[in-house]
Write a protein that binds this ligand. Structure first.
Ligand code: KQY
Length: 376
């Protein structure tokens, strides 16, 4: 059973755990829209299947798929991966799926954000998005988790939590008038704290160059564990990403988390810069109202867009000249996890990466509540 609740998570003692904490499993969606994925979406489907297969070696994976694609997806995915028929408008489970919350007793509930395709009619990426907006509710029904329906727009890729009261977000995304035009920074902070059980919001500025989500934090920076943040980086001062990442670094260095700690920042040098080719651009159907994908466009590639599975890090392989170095950094940052790379350019061509296409359900465990801890 999944009830819809009228309270808010923090009042009920729920908070968003860190992604690095144990999971019950991962959810994904199957890509098929021809105005986002090239060549009949088949290259993307192979990439998604490789991601699902890699994650399934660490934890259970469920993939939602349309009725029309069920047979193809079933043939492409190992039997151990659960496939469920689930309508959606595209395949970004991080953003359309629930943000799962936990309490001290080990119960799991879900926040179901309002979704407007990353900006609605003011820069959003497609219309309609009605099926996407129902995905979180359906996932929570299947998982038998109670649901909080949020009164504001948010995406899972726009927030990271350290599970101890600290959130990472970007101004570019959260303060964008195409999300919640009536809310200012202070009101948003209050809502985030109420809905994610947090006490401290660390605001980064801009996201990765050309990130079509208006700068989701999950492509720029993430928590490796409490007090430790991975940040996409370039040493090339002439690259526009330099100013963005340097600003984020400076903000992280001057911030404190909810426990009063300073952050240790792990730099992950960006791939490329990568650009789409003529052949890649030509393979995408041009449709009215959808995101244009012209040849030569700089892609928002980032190694920070990885997924933390139980005992694993599933990272995107994006640039043969830089993949090994990124993998080595991640292996140093996560010495107790196996780092697995999956070729992910086809996912990047659709506008996101491995973190954007996955959404974890936390394990049901007793935990210490950050809601009770006080800053020392
Ligand atoms: O970054 C994400 N969390 C999602 C990317 C969406 C791209 C849509 N084309």
């Amino acid at each position: 059973m999944s009830r819809t609740l009228n309270t808010t998570p923090a009042i009920d003692g729920f908070w968003m755990p860190g992604e690095f904490e144990p999971h019950a499993g991962t959810w994904m969606l199957w890509p098929e829209r021809l105005d986002n994925w090239r060549a009949g979406a088949q290259p993307a489907q192979r990439a998604f299947a490789a991601v699902a297969t890699a994650i399934a070696s660490f934890e259970p994976v469920t993939v939602g798929v349309s009725a029309a694609q069920f047979g193809y997806a079933r043939a492409a995915l190992p039997e151990a991966i659960r496939l469920v028929e689930l309508s959606s408008n595209d395949a970004w489970m991080r953003d359309v799926g629930p943000t799962c919350l936990v309490n001290a007793r080990g119960e799991v509930r879900g926040a179901d954000w309002q979704f407007n395709a990353w900006g609605g009619f003011d820069g959003g990426l497609y219309f309609p998005w009605d099926q996407d907006d129902l995905v979180a509710r359906k996932v929570l029904e299947i998982e038998s988790c109670d649901r909080y329906r949020a009164p504001f727009v948010l995406e899972g890729g726009a927030i990271h939590s350290d599970g101890q009261g600290t959130l990472l977000v970007t101004e570019q995304c959260l303060l964008n008038p195409n999300r919640n035009p009536g809310l200012d920074r202070q009101q948003l902070e209050q809502l985030l704290c109420e809905w994610l059980g947090a006490r401290t919001v660390v605001w980064l500025g801009q996201g990765v160059i050309n990130d079509e989500t208006d700068g989701h934090v999950d492509n720029l920076a993430c928590f490796a564990r409490p007090g430790h943040v991975c940040l996409t980086w370039t040493d090339n001062r002439r690259d526009p990403q330099y100013a963005v990442s340097a600003d984020a670094l400076q903000r992280l260095q001057s911030a404190r988390d909810a426990q009063g700690r300073r952050f240790t920042v792990h730099k992950l040098v960006q791939p490329g810069p990568l650009r789409s080719t003529v052949a890649e651009a030509a393979g995408v159907l041009q449709a009215h109202g959808s995101q244009a994908r012209p040849a030569g466009h700089r892609l928002a590639g980032s190694y920070v867009n990885f997924y933390l599975a139980n005992g694993g890090v599933v990272m995107p392989l994006l640039d043969a000249r830089r993949d090994a170095a990124a993998m080595a950094v991640l292996q140093r940052v996560f010495p107790d996890r196996q780092v697995v790379g999956v070729p992910a350019r086809e996912i990047l061509l659709g506008g996101g990466n491995i973190h954007c296409i996955t959404q974890q359900v936390p394990a049901s465990l007793r935990r210490a509540s950050p809601l009770r801890r006080r800053r020392g």
